[in-house]
Design a protein around this ligand. Sequence first.
Ligand SMILES: *Cc1c(COP(=O)(O)O)cnc(C)c1O
Length: 334
Amino acid sequence: MLDLRSDTVTKPSDAMREAMSSLAAADVGDDVLDGDPTLAELQARVAAILGVEAALWTPTGCMANAIALMYHLERGDRFLAPAGAHVLEAELGTSAWLAGGLPTPLPVRPDPADVLRAAGGASPYFGLRSRLLCLENTHNAGGGAVTGVGEHTALVEAARSAGLRVHLDGARIWHAAVALGVEPSALVGDVDTVSVCLSKGLGAPMGSVVAGSAEFVAAAWRLRKMLGGGIRQGGVVGAAGLVALEQIADLAADHEHATLLADGLREQGWPVSTPDTNIVLVTTTEPGPVVGKLADVGVAAVPFGPGVRFVTHRDVSRADVETVLERTAGLPVP
Ligand SMILES: *Cc1c(COP(=O)(O)O)cnc(C)c1O
């Protein structure tokens, strides 16, 4: 079975397993008491890459986002996010039931006017208070769509002029940076908080990072503990995160493979998106049967909104994509 369901299915590389086992016998500490040296190193490196003051490791991206939203929102505060955003659709409503936010979806690809309109103007004391803009780059449900530096900056400026704070869900910010040929920090700019995943595409078995000011990270440390995410000798998994950061440039191959897959499927008559990064979406009203037929020929994809999603990742080679296309050639066009 060639597994293109997600870029989270990657197995830790040999270098990663090596780093984890050598660190298991080396430098770890209690990250709940006074810190783990390997996690501290990882956090410092991620903060530097993102161009922010400080960072905190979390077991998952969902926890990283929940921490940021809990920090920004008070109960009943409105927050804006692009339609289909992970914080809206794929985190069990924690933005509402943990962070207390009232979500307002923007278009999938919002522009500054959309932000200003949705934020609303000054309202009477009983009006809804708009507090936060939550961006996502790349946009998963948007097919791994990249927001460019200028577009990002304009959205952040609109949010500021409406008095909003900004959180960036950068689970796949690495993909956006590689696709654009810019540093990840250029895509962070002056947001208040940013979350990134080490387990998507970069291949770590687990781990995300949430980052921002030192003041935010001090609060985030408490919130992580509150959510049950205070881990002890986390260096063992942090070691994999350090290796993951060395693998950012490798994502260019995943993007090439996604384009190869999309072009090949299109030639076979499939209605597919043109990928910016590593996600290929097929439009179909029957995602379940399409995924079933793919599985019958040894290709794993997932039903995804009103379609089917393929994700290329470091455990899928160019030859694997060619094999996928040989197998889909025999299937009915969705
Ligand atoms: C996967 C993902 C997350 C959450 O990450 P987990 O580690 O699975 O909790 C957050 N945002 C986006 C855009 C994602 O794709």
